[in-house]
Design a protein. Structure first.
Lengths: 299, 94, 260
């Protein structure tokens, strides 16, 4: 697997600081750090407004990744912000995560929902998070509180990894595979197997039968989209729907999910800094604010 | 809040569903499970906190296999975790 | 009475020709894209070895994933039966003390409890997930860069147990690659692979209950690393008959003799 292909869901590392906020004038400064299996994000809120966030690749140690994400973000802030200037930090991410400087750890699902509510607003009720290695579905209320969730933790079908296996088969770069799947005049039936290993064999046979690449891509994407929809329907889908995670950038998947549910997901927010990738970290920072205010007896 | 732990693969959907609105973290299910699938953890979904039952991480991707022995073929058996829960907070999707 | 059984599996087609309870010939071919052609080839090879022609076969029973295709000409099987039924009949024939038969094929794993007559009492199938079948072993062998047939002996060389976390074939492949990068000795990885398979198959078998004698058939039964791992997992002795992958077709041929 070439480094280049690996990059698809590993967007380049970056950081953003809100130029319109002077953090020294803020009353409550909180932060969230989200250490995932693939990427780590840190976010800082000033009085509940998004001040800064970054996105980095998770290294071998999740503890180090948390420290790196926070340090790299702080470096970009003027005037200089130190860790001690932050009133409350919450850690989240894959597993009961190791963010050494966090006061508390909160599960990624809760943080993700809170973050989605922040990014898209109180109309969000259903979140489909399609990552590199797992699929999560979340139902939340208007405050971003989780009503139900489902973590699909074993099967590669519907994950970025499952898509990569397929891209390898077709010899098409993964960033183009979604577009390719849409180049069919008529949607073929889905591949019958959703087990990626068997689906790959099935797709291989279809190619040998003379199916053009875009048709095979369409059949595979449809099967994967159906799998995601099935997971969502286990929880029940309520508008508004948002799709997050690396696979949200696969237009072949997003369009099919929308079509199968007959619900158009909300487009990505346009406000600067409002990046879905940071939903978990932002949610964690929001929890930090609530916990801090509760501690201080403020409301 | 209903938490679905588990997965869907080519052969079926295997989820343990815990209703945290009903669960009070009593831990009877943890004791009842012969495979050590469950644990009691802080309930982060409610900022008021409290404790709740959850499926241990290392079991979330092999529930079909771990829970297999508690689901003998040809018999209708209530799995011990469900039987032990006084609040009816646990469900299995298979 | 000359009968034949064809087991059209996901990876190979097995044909067995019998005269009463005497095996006349066996043949195996790879299941190609054209299933019927592959089945025909296997049958023709078996006929040639037995020195007879298709007309001499009084009754032909087909089993395996492609069994319905065998009902059509030129094979024109008289009947088809499920793999579980064929496995049960075949296992009890080769080993009359069989009470639990486990069949791990290329794409499916099955277990059944049977009685002394070879009738099925309870059964369970692990289907549509590659991790519960031979496909898993194949994929891991590729990742480990060993031949499938060498995986078993390699696993037996290992002296320690390392866990394999991934339950999905696709993720397990990545896990193997990581282990290789970490300089884990290949035999230990091979053992982790067979242990991982054994845990899944073992869990499936426990659902029907374990009753001795336990017999293992199917292509994966030829993997001695897996057999040992399954013995450990089930804490019981396991019988692997010779030519384990033919037992299904053999069972089909026996059922043909009963003309049921």
């Amino acid at each position: 697997m070439s480094e280049e292909r690996k990059e698809f869901w590993r967007w380049p590392e970056y950081r953003w600081v809100n130029p319109d906020i002077d953090w020294t004038k803020g009353k409550v400064i909180t932060a969230g750090v989200d250490v995932g299996s693939v990427s780590s994000k840190a976010a800082i809120l000033v009085d509940g407004e998004l001040y800064a966030y970054d996105y980095m690749r998770t290294g071998a140690s999740s503890k180090d990744s948390a420290i790196k994400a926070m340090t790299w973000l702080l470096e970009a802030i003027e005037p200089k912000m130190k860790l001690e200037d932050i009133h409350y930090i919450v850690g989240t991410g894959y597993g009961r995560v190791n963010v050494p400087f966090a006061k508390r750890a909160i599960t990624e699902i809760a943080c993700h929902a809170r973050g989605a509510n922040f990014l898209w607003g109180p109309t969000v009720r259903t979140i489909l998070d399609v990552g590199g290695q797992d699929v999560k579905a979340i139902r939340c209320d208007e405050k971003g509180k989780v009503i139900s969730f489902l973590m699909n933790d074993k099967c590669a079908a519907g994950t970025g990894r499952g898509m990569e296996v397929f891209a390898d088969l077709l010899g098409v770069p993964i960033q183009d595979i979604g577009h390719l799947s849409l180049q069919v005049k008529e949607e073929p039936p889905p591949v019958s197997n959703t087990c990626v290993v068997f689906a790959r064999n099935e797709a291989s046979a279809l190619l040998r039968q003379g199916w053009p690449k875009e048709q095979v891509a369409a059949a595979y994407h449809l099967a994967m989209a159906m799998r995601m929809v099935e997971l969502l329907e286990r929880l029940g889908v309520e508008k508004d729907l948002v799709v997050t995670g690396g696979q949200s950038k696969n237009i072949g998947i997003v369009k099919r999910v929308a079509r199968l549910l007959n619900i158009e997901p909300l487009p990505n927010p346009t406000k600067p800094g409002y990046d879905p990738v940071a939903a978990g970290a932002i949610g964690a920072a929001l929890f930090a604010k609530a916990l801090y205010e509760r501690e201080k007896g403020v409301k | 809040m209903k938490a679905h732990y588990g997965y869907r693969d080519g052969s079926g959907a295997y989820f343990i569903i815990i209703d945290t609105d009903k669960c009070d973290g009593c831990g009877k299910c943890v004791e009842a499970c012969p495979q050590g699938v469950l644990e009691i953890v802080p309930n982060d979904y409610d900022i008021e906190g409290g404790m709740m039952a959850a499926v241990k991480e290392e079991h979330r991707w092999k529930l079909k296999y771990t829970c297999g022995p508690c689901k003998p073929v040809g018999k209708q058996v209530t799995p011990p975790c469900i039987a032990a829960c006084p609040k009816g907070a646990i469900e299995h999707s298979w | 009475m000359i009968t034949a059984g064809i087991d059209l599996g996901a990876r190979t087609v097995k044909a067995v020709i019998m005269d009463g309870t005497k095996i006349l010939s066996k043949a195996i071919t790879i299941t190609g894209f054209e299933q019927k052609q592959s089945a025909e080839e296997a049958l023709n090879n078996a006929l040639k070895t037995a020195g007879i022609s298709r007309k001499d076969i009084e009754y032909l029973v087909a089993t395996g994933t492609g069994r319905k295709v065998c009902l059509e000409p030129p094979i024109s099987a008289n009947r088809e039966v499920t793999e579980v039924i064929a496995d049960a009949a075949g296992a009890v024939f080769v080993h009359p003390a069989t009470r639990t038969v486990i069949d791990v094929g290329a794409e499916e794993g099955r277990a059944a409890r049977v009685d002394e007559k070879g009738s099925v009492k309870d059964f369970v199938i692990n289907e549509r997930c590659a991790a519960g079948a031979g496909t898993f072993v194949e994929a891991m062998a590729r990742a480990l860069e060993v031949r499938v047939e060498d995986m078993g002996p390699l696993a037996l060389k290992s002296t320690r147990s390392i866990p394999m976390n991934a339950q999905c074939t696709v993720f397990a492949e990545s896990e193997v690659v990581t282990l290789i990068h970490e300089q884990t000795p290949k035999e230990d990885i091979a053992k982790a692979i067979v242990d991982s398979m054994a845990a899944r198959i073992g869990s499936m078998v426990r659902r029907v209950g374990i009753e001795k004698d336990v017999v293992l058939i199917g292509g994966v039964a030829k993997n001695i690393g897996f057999v040992e791992a399954l013995k450990r997992e089930l804490a019981t002795d396991i019988v692997v008959p010779p030519d384990p992958e033919f037992v299904g077709a053999l069972g089909a041929a026996l059922i043909a003799a009963r003309k049921e």
